[in-house]
Write a protein that binds this ligand. Structure first.
Ligand code: SAM
Length: 207
């Protein structure tokens, strides 16, 4: 996976590549789909959700520029694979998932694999995790039509937020940076994610 999918497509950060060699992806995938665990496409994890294509997980991780001391917020725990990769590269990972069964299963996997620096909460992640804010990095692993305001508010000065921004079936991976209180955005590439379902995602309630 690392040699055939990540390096040829331009993932260069050696620490990121090492994390992908260390975290065994099949541990995050239902046993009946293990033959696809290292394949070059998203894999179903139940409840209509997917574990993203390895290259997209690597690209988003590389874009976060992690140095090792960061407190990271992930929205969309899913299988827990992205959180485990982040836990190899940052100090603490806080991950929010709206589907209870996925959160429970990911928590079990983290315990089995010995990840003590990942905390999970079941909630609408479009609201962030205000009690634990601010975060140096935030990663949203579900598609959102707007940049959720609470996430911008919970991002630390000089922090980075990466998210798939756009329509239901077509988004642009976007990096939001906060410098001296000002927000800038950079487009990375096109992508397709399952929707972020919540107040600041799809089906958001208009008050
Ligand atoms: N990062 C995951 C992994 O490594 O397996 C993949 C995430 S999957 C593409 C998107 C996840 O976002 C799904 O598990 C879905 O239930 C979750 N999700 C969607 N809306 C959400 C919300 N408002 N809050 C938290 N999680 C949400």
């Amino acid at each position: 996976m690392v040699e055939e999918q990540l390096i040829p497509r331009g993932i260069k950060n050696q620490k990121v590549l090492e994390a992908f060699r260390t975290v065994e992806r099949h541990n995050f995938i239902p046993a009946d789909l293990w033959e696809s665990a290292y394949a070059d496409f998203p894999v179903p994890i139940g409840w209509g959700q997917t574990i993203s294509q390895p290259y997209i997980v690597a690209l988003m991780t590389e874009c976060l520029d992690l140095m090792g001391e960061e407190k990271v917020l992930e929205i969309g725990t899913g299988s827990g694979y992205q959180a485990a990769i982040l836990a190899e590269l940052a100090k603490e990972v806080y991950s929010v998932e709206r589907i209870v069964s996925l959160a429970k299963s990911a928590e079990l996997t983290f315990n089995e694999l010995g990840y003590s620096n990942i905390k999970i909460k079941v909630d609408d992640g479009s609201l962030g995790w205000p009690e634990q804010a601010p975060f140096e990095r935030i990663i949203v692993t579900a598609a959102t039509p707007i940049v959720p305001l609470p996430l911008v508010e919970q991002l630390k000065e000089k922090g980075k937020l990466i998210l798939p921004l756009g329509e239901t079936f077509s988004q642009v991976l976007t990096i939001i940076e906060k410098k001296q209180g000002k927000i800038s955005s950079t487009s990375v590439c096109g992508c397709v994610f399952v929707p972020l379902v919540g107040k600041y995602g799809y089906n958001r309630q208009v008050s």
